[in-house]
Design a protein around this ligand. Structure first.
Ligand code: GLN
Length: 492
């Protein structure tokens, strides 16, 4: 039999429907693959093997009874930011200790309602703060990709590094992820996978550990644009438990991936050309533009004037919200506690030992920009600039249907290469944070490999609530790119 783990989600569902194999067989194949790979890749921080096997059995019975849901029997990985009932959830932070939620996040509940099953919880940067998965309390994820024959350990990106590595290494059919400033798209671009951050409010944030609430959005990392559309269909939808959840009906995302892009207008923003950007990224972008033209789209040069302020704005807004959201980790209610000599001492000891360095840095920055005397100069000004950035997009979308940019300013880099320099790390997000600040849907898809054989990604940004155009354009680009590279399974 063919290697079941190499199938796409669409292929696997089709194979189960045709009775070529069962969910139990598929699930066992993934659990075996995880056993072999995880000691080297560190993508999963919890493996729920028994639960996955019994869910697979139940799924096979449901399918046999003609009651299969749209994702029936599909084994997925779940980012450790999603609360999963009865399964340890720590956001990969030491401060959550062995926290085991008594409830399920809406996004994972939606996936399970549709028949998907969980293989385990995926590694990530602590509280989703990072771009390399190096801030995780459980250690970094190692990318399945290598530079040529060099065995230097590379990053799968972050913060959804476990999700991207697991999908790319065939350890699950697809994964949940979250994106506050790029954490779905940057790891997808680094690992040759597809990741979409939908419009802010499409996916419920209920039960997702909060980082920066006005920016956080869930989305899938998948093996193809079609798979991403199918996963998002289940993950998204209105939820009264999240006050920012959108009531709008969900369109048929999978159908949108089949749409022609003939006659669509695609904007190319001049501001997404940054100093020191490798020639390969520029070449990739030009190639993407050509593919869009070949598919019948019209390319329109546009200007998003305030782009250069996006990164500084993000690094004020996100830490400000984080400093407030993370105030709840005081050692009293959940997770780890380190006793001090009095109550204040306990707070201090708990937070000093429970939070890693990057999280502490964000809390300090956030508290600073929100403090009296600095609030107007930093936080309020950042809010105003954020409005300008959103307005730039609204103006552009009066003339174009979608926007095409590179996903990241470079390919994946080695572990340790940027971890000592926070600003160099923050530059990873330069093309992705704008969509979060403006609340827009954006996808990253693999388009080429660089000279060393590492994946490079393109990004398609759409209007608010117009994931359909994002799917249509990215599917057309995916077809043209015909990206077939896979990491060699050196861990086997
Ligand atoms: N890399 C960005 C950060 O560190 C984005 C993280 C994310 O999207 N969760 O904040």
């Amino acid at each position: 039999m063919t290697d079941l783990t190499a199938l796409t989600l669409a292929e696997a569902l089709d194979g189960m429907e045709k009775k070529l194999f069962s969910s139990a067989e598929l699930t066992n194949a993934f659990l075996d693959a995880i056993d072999k790979a995880n000691p080297k890749l560190n993508a999963f921080v919890v493996v729920t093997a028994d639960r996955a096997r019994s869910q697979a059995k139940a799924s096979d019975a449901k399918r046999a009874a003609g009651k299969a849901g749209p994702l029936e029997g599909a084994p997925l990985g779940i980012k450790d930011l999603f609360c999963t009932e009865g399964v340890r959830t720590t956001a990969c932070s030491g401060i959550l200790g062995e926290f085991t939620p008594t409830y399920e996040s809406t996004v994972t509940a939606n996936l399970f309602r549709d028949g998907a099953l969980m293989l385990g919880k995926l590694n990530m940067d602590e509280f989703a703060m990072g771009s390399s998965n190096e801030t995780s309390h459980f250690g970094p994820v190692v990318s399945p990709w290598r530079r040529g024959n060099d065995d230097a350990k590379l990053t799968p990106g972050g913060s959804s590094g476990g999700s991207a590595a697991a999908v790319s290494a065939d350890l699950c059919l697809g994964a949940t992820a979250t994106d506050t400033g790029g954490s779905i798209r940057q790891p997808a671009a680094f690992t040759g996978t597809v990741g979409i951050k939908p419009t802010y409010g499409r996916c419920s944030r209920w039960g997702i550990v909060a980082f920066a609430s006005s920016l956080d959005q869930a989305g899938p990392i998948a093996k193809s644009v079609e798979d991403a559309a199918m996963l998002l269909q289940s993950m998204a939808g209105h939820d009264p438990k999240d006050s920012t959840s959108l009531p709008n009906a969900l369109p048929d995302f999978r159908a949108a991936t089949k749409r022609s892009i003939k006659g669509m207008k695609i904007g190319v923003p001049e501001e997404y050309r940054v100093d020191g950007m490798p020639a390969e990224i520029e070449a990739l972008w030009q190639q993407g533009i050509q593919w869009a033209k070949d598919a019948g789209a019209e390319i329109v040069p546009i200007s998003l004037k305030h782009t250069k302020y996006a990164l500084p704005t993000y690094y004020i807004v996100a830490p400000a919200e984080a400093s407030s959201n993370l105030a709840r980790y005081d050692g009293m209610r959940y997770g780890a506690r380190v006793a001090g000599k009095d109550l204040t001492g306990t707070y201090e000891q708990t937070r000093a030992s429970g939070f890693g360095r990057e999280v502490q840095r964000r809390i300090l920055i956030g508290t600073y920009v929100l403090s009296a005397g600095y609030y107007d100069a930093y936080y309020l000004r950042a809010q105003k600039v954020r409005q300008r950035i959103a307005q730039d997009f609204r103006d552009a979308f009066t003339t174009v249907d979608a926007i095409l940019t590179p996903a990241t300013p470079s390919a994946s880099f080695a572990l340790g290469e940027k971890s000592a320099d926070p600003v160099a790390m923050y530059l990873n997000d330069i093309f992705t944070v704008t969509a979060n600040l403006a609340g827009l849907p954006a996808i990253a898809l693999p388009a080429a490999t660089d000279a060393q054989g590492l994946p490079l990604g393109l990004q398609v940004i759409g209007k608010a609530l117009d994931e359909e155009s994002v799917f249509a354009v990215s599917a057309a680009l995916e077809k043209a790119a015909n990206f077939r590279a896979k990491p060699s399974k050196w861990w086997m």
